[in-house]
Design a protein around this ligand. Structure first.
Ligand SMILES: NC(=O)c1ccc[n+]([C@@H]2O[C@H](COP(=O)([O-])OP(=O)(O)OC[C@H]3O[C@@H](n4cnc5c(N)ncnc54)[C@H](OP(=O)(O)O)[C@@H]3O)[C@@H](O)[C@H]2O)c1
Length: 338
């Protein structure tokens, strides 16, 4: 049941994440309603409204931003458009949930943060994996000192493309193949979440020491596989491994420190298992598919209402962008013949 005080959303994006996740999650939320969406062409707004039973059709982004009933916008456009869309939403006084990555360059990320701050609107970035119960448990353990000073933090997640039946098996959409439009494919599609979890769980600042990016299975200008080496807080080592090309038995988070260790498997999908050196072991049932997004929306609404939450801020989004941008400055290894 949606309350009278629900936050009223418009969406940027009329396919992909906007259609698969954002609109259904908003429609199920007791904290929010979704009024309509805009995509790359005006007719997409009407199609989208019909498919998702939304009350309004907008001719353009300006049209949607001019609607005084729209309180907030969830931006699900291609990565390189996020910062400009944040700026336009902020100028219209709308609160902003920007999909990850916040931007494709540090300069754009800073501009997005400045635009939101200048307009006095809330800006959060769509890192929904923070809200998975097993990740919340990892945060509690790290904060409680279960590992002590972090010596090595490794996070691994592969997801062979296509992720969904409606995606083209020959590779991602053209914007994800373009370095300029995506700022990196797998590293931003999957890796951005891993970097966010590493920074959030460790509570440490991170900088890039090394990176290997490769296009191993897909003939893309960007990469389908990435391994990053990070300096974590001056003493720790961070390792991020992601791929849309290779098979893997499952995801894994490993944190080793001066006082103990934590190892967690399959924390992004299905049932998760957690082993620790001193705080016991645990299993976590798979949350419902939209549960992390429901929590993301609820947290965003609380942030708009001035309450503290755990959703990623613009500054946290910018720290993530800095790492990805530094990694993507390196050459991409190409499969032979690509
Ligand atoms: N949090 C997560 O786990 C998660 C998961 C998936 C994606 N995402 C993020 O969501 C964003 C979109 O990814 P996707 O997979 O949904 O890509 P996609 O399937 O290619 O969809 C891109 C969307 O952007 C719209 N668009 C393109 N140009 C536009 C413009 N100039 N103005 C307004 N809308 C425009 C497209 O509209 P049309 O439909 O009209 O072409 C389309 O709806 C990315 O930033 C991605 O990182 C996040």
């Amino acid at each position: 049941m949606t309350g009278d005080n629900a936050l009223r959303f418009g969406l940027v994006g009329t396919s992909g994440h906007a259609s698969r996740v954002a609109a259904p999650a908003l429609r199920q939320s007791p904290d929010a309603v979704v009024l309509g969406a805009v995509g790359s062409r005006p007719e997409r707004s009407a199609d989208f409204a019909a498919r998702h039973e939304l009350p309004r059709v907008y001719g353009s982004l300006d049209d949607m931003l001019g609607d005084p009933d729209v309180d907030a916008v969830w931006i699900c456009s291609p990565n390189a458009l996020h910062a400009a869309h944040v700026a336009r939403c902020a100028a219209a006084g709308k609160h902003i949930l920007a999909e990850k990555p916040l931007a494709t360059t540090g300069r754009d990320a800073a501009a997005a943060i400045g635009a939101a701050r200048g307009a006095g609107v809330t800006l959060r970035v769509g890192y929904q994996h923070r809200f998975r119960p097993v990740h919340v448990r990892l945060l509690d353990l790290v904060r409680a000192g279960a590992v002590g000073d972090i010596g090595l933090f490794r996070i691994h997640r592969f997801w062979r493309y296509p992720y969904y039946d409606d995606q083209d098996p020959s590779g991602p959409p053209s914007w994800r193949r373009s370095a300029a439009e995506s700022g990196g494919w797998a590293i931003n599609d999957l890796g951005s979440h891993l970097i966010d979890l590493m920074l959030w769980l460790s509570g440490l600042e991170a900088s890039l020491i090394g990176a290997a990016l490769a296009s191993q299975r897909f003939a893309v200008e960007t990469e389908d596989t990435a391994a990053l080496l990070l300096a974590l807080g001056g003493q720790g080592i961070g390792i991020v491994e992601t791929s849309a090309a290779s098979a893997s038995p499952g995801s894994r988070v490993e944190i080793y420190g001066s006082a103990g260790w934590i190892r967690a498997d399959d924390t992004f999908t299905g049932a998760a298992t957690l082993e620790t050196s001193a705080a016991g072991d645990a299993t976590f049932p798979a949350p419902a598919a939209h549960a992390p997004y429901a929590a993301l929306i609820a947290d965003f609404v609380r942030a708009v209402r001035g309450q503290r939450g755990v959703g990623a801020t613009g500054e946290e989004g910018a720290a993530n962008v800095a790492i990805v941008e530094a990694a993507c400055a390196r050459p991409v290894w190409r499969r032979s013949g690509a």
